[in-house]
Design a protein around this ligand. Structure first.
Ligand SMILES: [Fe+2]
Ligand SMILES: [Fe+2]
Length: 149
């Protein structure tokens, strides 16, 4: 794995490399949002939005598939938090695209960056972290269902 971003801390690790790598990778995007928003760097903000959709499509699907296979008890609440992320990002994206002035676009970017930071750290520490003790169950699945363990 390449160097992890500076604000990352070890309690955010699930000790399960496939998910940890996706989290670290998205965290890098989250960390790019605030400086991009404050300098009105909309080229980077466009990439941040694309990466959010990519994260929702790939990472959430990956995590939800694992939760299903290991009979994770909190799956419903966890999926609600994923849905909440998709809803917020979609709303921000619509406001961003429809902004009438550059000031408006920057204001939406700042709110998006704030949401990303709060949601990402909050979700990882309160939801994703609950998965940690259950991930050991993956070791007991038949090989074709075995996720790199
Ligand atoms: Fe999650
Ligand atoms: Fe996650």
């Amino acid at each position: 794995m390449e160097a992890t971003p500076t604000l990352w801390h070890e309690e955010m690790r699930l000790d399960y490399p496939p998910l940890d790598e996706e989290h670290v990778d998205f965290f890098k995007t989250v960390m790019k949002a605030a400086p991009a928003a404050s300098s009105a760097d909309f080229k980077t903000m466009d990439k941040v939005f694309l990466k959010c959709y990519d994260y929702a499509r790939n990472h959430f699907a990956h995590e939800e598939d694992i939760m299903e296979r290991i009979d994770f008890p909190d799956m419903e609440e966890h999926m609600k938090s994923h849905q909440m992320f998709i809803k917020h990002i979609s709303d921000f994206r619509v406001a961003y695209e429809n902004a009438k002035t550059l000031e408006d676009k920057q204001r939406v970017s700042i709110h998006t960056a704030e949401f990303l930071e709060v949601w990402f750290v909050g979700h990882l520490m309160s939801r994703d972290r609950l998965l940690k003790p259950y991930l050991v169950r993956l070791r007991n699945l038949p090989p074709r269902m075995n996720y790199h363990l």
